[in-house]
Design a protein around this ligand. Sequence first.
Ligand code: PLP
Length: 822
Amino acid sequence: MTLAPNSELLRPILHNSDPKTLATEILKSLTYRLGKDTSVATPHDWLTASIKVVRDRIIERWIESTKSAYEQKEKRVYYLSLEFLIGRLMRDAFSNIGMLDNMREALALLGVELDVIAKLEPDAALGNGGLGRLAACFMESMATVDVPAHGYGIRYVHGLFRQEFSDGWQVELPETWLDHGNPWEFERRERSFEVGFGGTVESVTSKDGRLERHVWKPSERVLAVAYDTPVVGWRGERVNTLRLWSAMPVDPILLEAFNAGDHIGAMRESNKAEVLTQVLYPADSHLAGQELRLRQEYFFSAASLEDIVQRHLSQYGELLSLPDKAAIHLNDTHPAVAVAELMRQLMDAHGIDFDTAWDLTKRTFAYTNHTLLPEALESWPVPLFERLLPRHMQIVYAINAQVLLEARAAQKFDGEQIGRISLIHEGSDRRVRMGNLAFAGSHSINGVSALHTDLMKETVFADLHRLYPGRINNKTNGITPRRWLIQCNAGLTNLAREAIGDAFLDDVNLLSGLDPLADDAAFREKFAAVKRANKQRLSSLVGERLGIKVDPSALFDIQIKRIHEYKRQLLNIVEAVALYDQIRSHPEKDWEPRVKFFGGKAAPSYHNAKLIIKLANDVARVINRDPAVRGLLKIVFIPNYNVSLAEIMVPAADLSEQISTAGMEASGTGNMKFALNGAITIGTLDGANVEIKERVGDDNIVIFGLTAAEVAERRANGYKPRDIIEGSPELAQALSAIASGVFSHDDPDRYRDLINGIYDNDWFMVAADFDAFTAAQRKVDSIWRNSPEWQAKAIRNVARVGWFSSDRTIRQYASEIWNVPV
Ligand SMILES: *Cc1c(COP(=O)(O)O)cnc(C)c1O
């Protein structure tokens, strides 16, 4: 599970951290901080006591890091994200600060097993999927590569819902990660700001009648209170801050009502404030579209901007140097209203003129686009925006006037193009386009893979790109190798340390030293043994949680990610049904035993995604029970996919399913985690798969299907899925089995509409890619049959994907976007 005890390389960087001293401190912490005696201490108490002991060491470093940023006048990075999908923190922090082994020994001295209490830590699921996980990896990498940074987000009381299955259907249960308190966080009451909503805007004029400034008089106010969590980089050299805002009622309002005897009214007021940060919207790659969501976006953007501006002012005493000392990054458009908010603060609170404020704003902000899906591009109805944020609406109009002026002056846009550049979508349903606002207000707009960035230039931002060339750039996503290799795959980490030494722990690119060992039979066997142990661990989990027995010697084929039609879990399920037919009709062939694993949550309002989960479970029930399958194919859908589950599943994968419709997955990061842990990818030429292929080489990845250009071409020229289905007997048979109720006797029509959708429209090109996908799967079988060949390819994957470290990504952001030294 963890690094071998011989960790002089993970030198306990702080004095007095030998196991005996730590054991004494854990006991003290239990007694004086928790008020518990060992005889009554619960495992949770041990967890909290242990975290607080390590946290004390981290705080020393935290204070040093903060002080040095101040004294050295370092430029700071502010990463604004509505989501941080952090997962558990204990192992991450203990390991990064070099105290994991000593803490394990210290706890053992007290008769407590670290690995047991580690599992009690709740998964901080303050995010939906890839976007939120990226923010978490970035926070860790910024601390690691020594970038002074603050993450800003929301402290949701309820993170992403917990998923259970009831008769194969997804049920959503509330996530209650704060039930036992959160030993990592510090509440900072003194760091709180009022955030306004609604009301009116007044203009103040000077004696001679000139407009001096605007004053926004909000009708509602809530208090944003900061909660800080330290983020420890690898080897603990720098500790940065993740500052999450919690909403509280502004006291005076509440007290007035209460004192006037209106107790219910006071409570209502209090609930109204607190509801703001109660829940994370569970929509991934989909516009939430609710007023509360816009309130959340403004709430955390405004509080963060106040905090940033105040910090800058208190250090430098003026704001003209803001772009030199602060880089504010927008993770997608969720915080895009921050562009208007900074303008408001600069102009209305600090008396800076529009032109200067606009120049400062553009030089301070940068924006990352995460999706081209039209249903995910944020826009807000003008009336709603105006009612909630009247001053910001004025500012958006003023910015828009400036942008449209520049567009007309360029003399290269027709009316339609100008219409697409506008921050306002005109028509009967006038809307504020948050992507255009973020683009206009930023000096850098980046995509998250080479393909996605190219498509961005050609599609959503084609006109803005022509107006402001040079702003769009690519930063291919990455993952932190600490969590996604060192911590989740100790077996592979230790094997690599034995084989090539420890240097790769500090520079994961050095895993390239494993490349020649792909041809070494003895090493391949050790590598296979590590994989086998990881598969055994997953098998045990599946046995315990689901009562399903899976054979660790079978090929473990894994697709884990949010359920979305573009990610094409349906293609995978249809292929499983076709394989089921083949196994039964050709029992003479030597089929390779396979277990297909699924994991992922569906947005509660996403009908087809939930139906796809039910289908996977229905198909699993039939196939897993059919004796004619002879155990050659099993399907296992593990509920409640989250970071902790990923940490068990990724190291256990032989085959990584990355099969999105080409052009629709911006990057993917799951694909990177799997390759780093020695799985072979079966995938389309989409997102970062393209770059993974370039790095691992064509022979070490299985690519199939239409390219993004071919998908676009088919859609443009009249794609006829019905003809394709009629020409593919395997596909036709699988689809008709599903549609006719073979897997749903209790409700034979359950999947009729879903399957008809493939015949009639098939936007996601399941039919077009089906034959290529099955052929690719049979190619996978043939590689699998030759075990040395399989292991060699898997080893080459590990050796060649160090580039996908988020350390690399962050260094590129630092030097090419933020202008921060690394
Ligand atoms: C990495 C990760 C994701 C993103 O996976 P993709 O395959 O890139 O969509 C989503 N959820 C969790 C829990 C993850 O760890």
